[in-house]
Design a protein around this ligand. Structure first.
Ligand code: GLN
Ligand code: ZN
Length: 759
């Protein structure tokens, strides 16, 4: 017997219905009953879509109003004290307050922290634990939804986040303590959840334990064994689901857990299937994730059928088939794409299409005759069309790639030498002031961009309104007395999309939304082919800005690693190769900017750190390739040309040596909230180049005071020689409003001037 199931379906709705409902509710335009009705409708549609695609088991509990980790906190009554929860049922407004920090009836509280879900672009709400944390089931959502699905006649499989992953992903509040101390309490609550599910007549429960693909300390491995012994239920079968990577050293541990089944990600780690077949007792269910849940490419069905048949031959137990992970990370339905070229569209598969693929694979594994059906022949055609398409393969790009090997990835002179030339060239004071690139994106700017895109504004008119914006921000920066200016990025909607739209090899969807957090969705570009740059992308705007002032204007580019990490990347070649192609395109742009007289060029790598692999042993490979890509972009410029990079992180500890190898002349980072402690890593490493530690928290509308900025810079100067320090905000200012930005920058410039006098 083979069964198909799904680990989770996108909750946002095919047309982002959830976003719209949530935002209307938050605005007070609809009431909670409307919101609940809309959610119910969404779940109903999602289940029906999944049932229609022939799944044997449908996930329930994957729907969430904001985030499934927050759902778990609410279910377990794990509510931080500041939300003043009375210990009863957790209502929807408390739930949203935890996510958003805003209060419905006055008095703001700080939201729970939000952070990235493993190596995806999805953010979860971080659970908070106290040393004496107690847990008590506090929402009916999961059980209600199971009932709802059962009443609709579906074969349901509830999904919950497992206790160890829940605990691992949370943080110990107050005095640091070992989170495992609260495990027993937590397991008691999980036990109750399972009892309730069993009472509802459920046969299988999927317990997600994605931390099984991480490097786990020994106590945590031990805790797995103990926990699952306690969770055993005679009448309820548990499927432990791992995804996003290989089990590696956790494989034996997982095989021995007293549970009825195990799901593994055979896309990220096909090799582990054979090991599991050897290790997993055959009375357990083996669920193999054979359809990529992290990417948008059509599955090669014929190949997947062969692989699955081979598994079936060797595996004596019951086999289940599924996508590799929850489909939360891919868009909902390809049918809404009407502007992609027919070729490209025929190569893609979103959540809904992926489930059809699963049904087809199962059918053909059971009956080889299916391979000659129309659906299979269409699939073969699409796969071979993509393999041979001239849209994908570009000889010129491949030739350039060959040449990468002979490129020197080093700047001409060492930093100590070239900085002298740069100083002669740029003549900047101590504590030079600058910004990170974008200035407030006003409604005017957005509407002009939109009108241009829709053809309501001619190219010439668009150019002139944007130049007006640029002239305006240059004048404002001069009036403020900033030392290194920027053009303000008014022409950019998004730092990746802007470049993707001008590069060959990128496609954009109309409706390919993926949840990033809560109601926020992103539409990642799709890199389908060899990447090249038909023409300069930023030079006109940058040179125009430079023509208006004698102060240096920074050219602003997004780095190759960030472009890669925020896109759906082609799966028919190494990610590193795709990254090199992007790097070569950006290198050409850098050289063109230099030729046009731009003396400082900033290459943002906002997403370099978040691309780190989940396992430490893979870090150095990733970092080496990332640094190499960055150096491809920068190594061609003259010594006099100053290269900046920008990274908005709060943790550099483990990547310090790579950051140093990037050898940017100046790096600007996010430090304002950390009291400059973040610079410890730079100090300890004796980071040799210049640094601009952010002194203005751009996530808040608050205006930093002059003394506060001076204080922060003094903290910085205790760690970094002052002649290597810059003064700048944490990140771009595009989400802020002008009045606060002007005041904040005025204070920043004043603080810098006072600092110069005091040395
Ligand atoms: N240059 C970009 C900006 O200023 C950088 C944004 C980022 O780092 N996220 O908006
Ligand atoms: Zn930033």
């Amino acid at each position: 017997m083979i069964r198909t199931h799904n680990l989770g379906f996108p909750r946002i709705g095919a047309q982002r219905e959830l976003k719209k409902s949530l935002e209307s509710y938050w605005q007070g335009e609809i009431d909670s009953q409307d919101l609940f009705n809309n959610g119910q409708q969404l779940r109903k549609n999602n289940w029906q879509t999944q049932a229609d695609s022939g799944l044997d088991l449908i996930p329930v509990g994957d729907f969430s109003w904001y985030d499934h980790v927050l759902d778990m906190s609410a279910l377990l009554g794990c509510i931080p004290e500041r939300f003043k929860h009375d210990g009863g049922a957790v209502d929807i407004d408390t739930y949203f307050r935890m996510a958003r920090g805003r209060s419905v009836d006055g008095g703001d509280v700080s939201a729970c922290e939000m952070t990235k879900w493993f190596d995806t672009n999805y953010h979860y709400i971080v659970p908070e634990f106290q040393p004496e944390q107690s847990f008590k089931l506090s929402t009916e959502k999961l059980f209600d939804e199971v009932n709802e699905a059962l009443q609709l006649g579906h074969r349901v499989k509830p999904v919950i986040l497992g206790p160890l992953s829940f605990l691992w992903l949370g943080k110990a509040e107050g005095e640091a303590f070992d989170k495992l101390n609260v495990l027993d309490q937590l397991l008691a609550a999980y036990g109750e959840i399972l009892n309730r599910l069993s009472d509802l007549g459920v046969e299988w429960v999927q317990i997600d334990e994605p931390i099984l693909v991480l490097d786990l300390p020994d106590q945590w491995k031990l805790a797995f064994e103990q926990a699952y012994h306690k969770l055993q239920r005679g009448d309820l079968k548990l499927l432990v689901a791992s995804y996003f990577g290989e089990l590696a050293d956790n494989l034996k541990l997982v095989c021995d857990l007293p549970v009825a089944g195990l799901h593994i990600d055979a896309i990220r780690s096909p090799e582990q299937v054979q090991q599991l077949i050897d290790w997993l007792p055959s009375y357990k269910v083996l669920s193999v994730g054979i359809i990529d849940g992290r990417n948008v490419w059509k599955n090669n069905l014929g190949a997947t059928v062969s692989v699955t048949q081979a598994i079936q031959q060797h595996w004596a137990g019951e086999l289940w088939l599924a996508p590799s992970c929850s489909l939360l990370h891919v868009p909902v339905n390809l049918a809404f794409e009407t502007s992609l070229s027919d070729d490209i569209k025929s190569w893609l598969s979103f959540a809904t299409e992926k489930l059809t693929e699963l049904r087809l694979v199962k059918a053909a594994v059971l009956d080889n005759n299916c391979l000659s059906s129309d659906e299979f022949s269409r699939n073969r055609e699409a796969i071979s069309n993509r393999e041979n398409s001239s849209l994908v393969h570009n000889k010129d790009v491949q030739r350039c790639l060959e040449n990468v090997k002979s490129l020197s990835l080093k700047r001409g002179l060492d930093f100590n030498e070239r900085i002298k030339l740069q100083q002669q060239h740029l003549r900047l004071p101590n504590f030079p002031t600058t910004t990170i690139g974008s200035f407030p994106q006003t409604t005017d700017i957005r509407s002009n961009r939109r009108r241009y895109k829709q053809g309501e504004l001619s190219q010439a008119d668009y150019q002139s309104v944007m130049q007006q914006e640029i002239a305006d921000v240059i004048a404002k920066q001069e009036a403020l007395g900033l030392d290194v200016l920027v053009h303000g990025e008014p022409e950019r909607n998004d730092m990746v999309e802007y470049f993707g739209e001008q590069l060959q090899g990128f496609a954009f969807t109309q409706n390919g939304w993926v949840q990033s957090y809560g109601s926020r969705c992103v539409k990642p570009p799709i890199i389908y082919g060899d990447v090249s740059r038909p023409q300069a992308m930023t030079v006109n705007w940058a040179s125009y800005a430079q023509s208006l002032t004698d102060k240096p204007v920074k050219g602003m580019l997004t780095g190759p690693v960030t472009i890669l990490n925020w896109s759906f990347v082609r799966d028919d070649q190494d990610r590193a190769t795709t990254c090199q192609q992007i790097a070569l395109a950006i290198r050409d742009e850098v050289l063109d900017l230099e030729k046009a007289g731009i003396r400082i060029i900033q290459i943002d790598e906002a997403a370099l750190r978040e691309g780190l692999p989940l396992r430490k042993k893979q870090w150095s490979e990733y970092l080496n390739r990332a640094i190499e890509a960055f150096c491809i972009t920068t190594s061609g410029v003259k010594n006099e040309t100053q290269i900046h990079t920008h990274m908005c992180y709060s943790n550099f500890n483990d990547i310090m040596s790579s950051v140093s190898d990037m050898d940017a002349d100046v790096i600007t980072i996010e430090t304002s909230r950390s009291d400059m402690k973040l610079l410890d890593a730079f100090e300890q490493f004796q980071y040799p180049n210049e640094i601009g530690p952010g002194v203005y928290d751009i996530h808040s509308p608050n205006v930093p005071k002059i003394e506060q900025i001076e204080y922060l810079m003094q903290q910085a100067a205790r760690r970094i020689p002052l002649e290597r320090l810059w003064v700048n905000p944490d990140c771009g200012l595009k989400t802020r409003a002008w009045p606060e930005v002007q005041q904040a920058l005025r204070n920043m410039v004043t603080a810098a001037k006072q600092l110069r006098q005091s040395v």
